[in-house]
Write a protein that binds this ligand. Structure first.
Ligand code: NDP
Length: 317
């Protein structure tokens, strides 16, 4: 099926806090943005229960509710929000070509990428069950750690993220058990030393989660297995934090944009500009350090302002 090529001034790809904030700014600036939401409308926040650290919500708000409100705010100013997945791009010319669902072709004067990143999970059934029902599995200690204050938790991973999150959790929780699948950390020396020096962090090496156990609603313990000896252990805990890395959703751009070794888009420092004129990036697709809803929203704003100035400089009204 072939359709007519659609021309747009500003195309926003992705629908998390970065994409919606870009949309609010772009629509208020009369850029008539068109947004494609991607496979997970609302992004990573739709897998979070309560968001308590986004300014302006003194009583907190659930992730899905916040994303609905952001969408309504973007639509109120005229953003055209559509379902669809970008399958191919061609950034050779001044007009950026983008294909949606392998069919529809769009020519955009400016493109704002807000495709985010996805947390990696272990992939075992019991982990996914308690993740989906919000019963105690999380991939973000800063987002969800507070719900486990005064309780015992487990964290999986041994990179810088796991160390940072373990250290963060140790201030909130009574006990943090860190499960390291090899005999050594992957994290930088300084981070490794820091967690080793914290009294209420216990480190178990060569250890992986065999099953997340609970009453069907909430987590009560994990069964771990030592991958050298085969020995299993049950560790009581109410929260299981998975910190084994993130994957930025940038595969479709890899032939055009400068990416770092893990696939994050490299932006020009202090801006949302990429190596291609008129293509801007916001949110977690370019951020492996902060990864917060509020930082994503901030860079979404930057991308819309950069795109607006780009269009004005090119005389595109
Ligand atoms: P990393 O890829 O560095 O580390 C992932 C960790 O998870 C490793 O210990 C890995 O084990 C473990 N792991 C992976 N898969 C599994 C699994 N299936 N089961 C159990 N364990 C598993 O990811 P990070 O998110 O920690 O860091 C990503 C990048 O961001 C790094 O470059 C890091 O330096 C950077 N970063 C920097 C920070 C800072 O500067 N403040 C903070 C956070 C991140 P193994 O070692 O065996 O592969």
């Amino acid at each position: 099926m072939s359709e007519e090529i659609e021309k747009v001034k500003c195309l926003i790809i992705g629908s998390g806090p970065a994409g919606y904030t870009a949309a609010i700014y772009a629509s208020r600036a009369n850029m008539h943005p068109v947004m494609y939401q991607g496979l997970q409308p609302g992004g990573q926040l739709t897998t979070t229960n309560e968001v308590e650290n986004f300014p302006g919500y003194p009583q907190g708000i659930t992730g899905p509710e916040m994303m609905i409100e952001l969408q309504q705010q973007a639509e109120r100013f005229g953003t055209d929000v559509r379902g669809g997945w970008i399958t191919k791009v061609d950034f050779t010319g001044p007009v950026h070509k983008v294909w949606v669902d392998g069919e529809k072709e769009i020519h955009a004067d400016s493109v704002i990428i807000a495709t985010g990143a996805s947390a990696k999970y272990l992939g075992i059934e019991s982990e996914q069950k308690y993740l989906k029902n919000g019963g105690g599995v999380s991939a973000c200690a800063v987002c969800d750690g507070f719900f486990y204050r005064g309780q015992e938790v487990v964290i999986v991973g041994a990179g810088d993220s796991a160390c940072e999150e373990a250290s963060y959790l140790s201030n909130i929780c009574t006990k943090v058990t860190m499960l390291v699948r090899r005999e050594q950390f992957r994290a930088s020396d300084i981070m490794e030393k820091r967690v080793k020096g914290i009294e209420n962090i216990t480190i178990m090496y060569n250890t992986e989660i065999d099953e997340v156990m609970g009453d069907g609603q909430v987590v009560q313990q994990v069964r771990t297995k030592n991958n050298k000896t085969g020995e299993t252990t049950e560790i009581p805990c109410t929260g299981v934090f998975i910190a084994i890395g993130h994957k930025p959703n940038t595969d479709v751009f890899k032939d055009w944009l400068d990416l770092d070794e893990t696939g994050y888009i490299i932006n020009k420092p202090g801006t949302s500009k990429t190596n291609i004129e008129g293509v801007f990036v916001s949110g977690d697709a370019a951020d492996h350090v902060y990864r917060q809803a509020v930082t994503a929203a901030g860079t979404g704003c930057m991308a819309a302002l950069d795109a607006e100035r780009y269009l004005a400089a090119k005389g595109i009204h």
